[in-house]
Design a protein around this ligand. Structure first.
Ligand SMILES: [Zn+2]
Length: 250
C-alpha cells in the first residue's frame, strides 16, 4: 500500500458492491492476435497466473497453425472472429472500417463466412461464434444477417444498444489511447473509467464490464495496469471474471 494509492477508488466502489451483496462480472477481450509473439506470451502468462478467462479476437486471413498450436494448452483462452483481414475499406476522411457499407453486403458476409471456417478448423472448441469487428465498427444493415452466417454474438465498444437484432457482449474500457500519441492511457484515468462503469451498473446490474486490450501495442504502463487490475479484482469478493462463452450462455 502506497501513500498515493491510485487503486483506492476501485476498492471503495467494490466494497460498496460487496456491502450491498452484489457481484460485478468482468470479461477480458484482446484484439488482433495472429501468431505467437513475446507480447502474446506475456498476455497468456498474466491471464493464466490470475486465472482470468481471455477472449482473443483473431484475424482469420493472417493466422494459422502456430497460434492454434500455442493456444492448445492455454485453457483460459477462447477465440473470436476479428473480421477477415483487418483491411480498411473506408475513405481517408472516414473512420476506419472493414465491415462498413463500402462493399456489397454479400461480399462482406462471404469474407466472414470464410473467416469462420478457418477459425473453426484451427481452434475447434476454443472458437466461440462471436464477431469482433475491426475498429469496433460494422454496417448496421449487416447485423441482422450475422446469425444466418453462423455468428450468434457481436462484440463492439460502448454500452450495448437495447434494440440490437443480435446478442451483444460489448467492451467498455479500452486501455489504449488511439488518438494522437499512441500508448496506454494514464492509470488513474482508466481506474476512474472502471469505477464509472461500476457505478452505472450498481442499481440495475446491467451488462458485464468488458475490458479491451491490444497486446501487440502495449507499453509498460499498459501491462502494469492490466496486471494490477487483475490482482485488485481477483482479490475482491464483489468482482468475478467470466468467460465470454459463459456470459453469452447466461
Ligand atoms: Zn483490431
Amino acid at each position: 500500500m502506497t501513500a498515493h494509492d491510485i487503486w483506492a477508488p476501485l476498492r471503495h466502489e467494490l466494497d460498496r458492491w460487496q456491502t450491498a451483496g452484489k457481484t460485478v462480472r468482468f470479461w477480458l477481450r484482446d484484439d488482433d492476435a495472429i501468431e505467437p509473439t513475446s507480447a502474446l506470451e506475456q498476455l497468456l502468462k498474466l491471464t493464466a497466473d490470475a486465472k482470468v478467462p481471455l477472449t482473443l479476437a483473431v484475424i482469420p486471413a493472417s493466422t494459422g497453425e502456430p497460434l492454434a498450436a500455442r493456444l492448445g494448452d492455454a485453457q483460459q483462452v477462447l477465440v473470436a472472429l476479428h473480421g477477415w483481414s483487418h483491411t480498411n475499406h473506408a475513405g481517408p476522411e472516414e473512420k476506419k472500417q472493414e465491415l462498413g457499407a463500402h462493399r456489397p453486403p454479400e461480399v462482406v458476409l462471404g469474407e466472414l463466412r470464410d473467416g469462420l471456417a478457418i477459425l473453426r478448423r484451427l481452434f475447434g472448441p476454443r472458437f466461440i461464434s462471436m464477431l469482433v469487428p475491426p475498429w469496433n465498427r460494422i454496417n448496421g444493415a449487416l447485423i441482422a444477417k450475422l446469425p444466418a452466417v453462423g455468428l450468434e454474438t457481436l462484440s463492439v465498444y460502448g454500452a450495448a444498444k437495447a434494440d440490437s437484432p443480435i446478442r451483444l457482449l460489448n467492451t467498455h474500457v479500452d486501455i489504449m489511447n488511439w488518438h494522437g500519441v499512441r500508448g496506454s492511457r494514464p492509470q488513474d484515468e482508466l481506474i476512474a473509467d472502471v469505477v464509472r462503469e461500476l457505478r452505472a451498473r450498481f442499481d440495475d446490474d446491467g451488462e458485464p464490464i468488458g475490458i479491451l486490450t491490444h497486446h501487440l501495442v502495449h507499453d509498460e504502463n499498459a501491462w502494469a495496469f492490466l496486471s494490477d487490475l487483475l490482482i485488485e479484482t481477483r482479490a475482491h469478493p464483489a468482482a468475478t471474471w467470466t468467460s465470454s462463452e459463459a456470459l453469452v450462455e447466461a
